[in-house]
Ligand binder design. Structure first.
Ligand SMILES: [Zn+2]
Length: 180
């Protein structure tokens, strides 16, 4: 069967312990909750943060998200765009350290016609790829298994960010601060 690559189709599955954050815009809320490990917030700088996708296409599927609420890429100022690019580069490096993938797909979903599930707050997907990989979600359809897998992914990626130059380890419960 041909695999259609469409990791943007679902970004946020409902999880009981995450319900409380999704009242308003989930991407405006999750990095402020002080529950980084539970919510999958792995690293951040002043303007941008990295969070695990709740519905990963592959292990290590993350989103790089501006803290500012906007659905428009063009509305981000230069400082924020630069911070976004820098954190994307750090995220690619951390994924390489943690998982040694063969490649990556990375991209934006902009606007209602793009097929993303959260259009009002822009975000970039980064998906590690392995030769011959397929979407593992049909196998891991049990939410409990997915959650356990994500905590392991969090630990590995968190460790990889901590190793980077200029990274500040604030403990395993908190995201890694990557200031510059
Ligand atoms: Zn928002």
């Amino acid at each position: 069967m041909d695999q259609i690559f469409a990791p943007w189709r679902m970004e946020w599955i409902s999880r009981q312990d995450w319900e409380e954050v999704s009242n308003e815009c989930v991407f405006c809320e999750i990095y402020k909750k002080g529950k980084d490990r539970e919510l999958g917030v792995i690293a951040e700088n002043e303007y941008i943060y990295v969070v695990l996708n709740n519905y990963p296409y592959n292990p290590g599927h993350v989103m790089v998200i501006p803290k500012e609420h906007t659905g428009s890429y063009a509305e981000l100022n230069e400082e924020v765009l630069f911070a976004h690019s820098r954190l994307k580069v750090r995220t690619l490096k951390a994924l390489e350290t943690a998982f040694s993938p063969h490649g990556f797909n990375t991209g934006l979903n902009l606007g209602k016609g793009s097929g993303g599930s959260i259009n009002e707050h822009m975000h970039t997907h980064i998906v590690p790829r392995w030769e011959g990989d397929t979407n593992f979600m049909p196998i891991l359809s049990d939410t409990k298994i997915v959650v356990e897998g994500m905590l392991e992914t969090y630990r590995k990626l968190h460790d990889a960010f901590v190793q980077q130059d200029g990274a500040e380890d604030r403990g395993e419960e908190k995201s890694v601060w990557v200031g510059e």
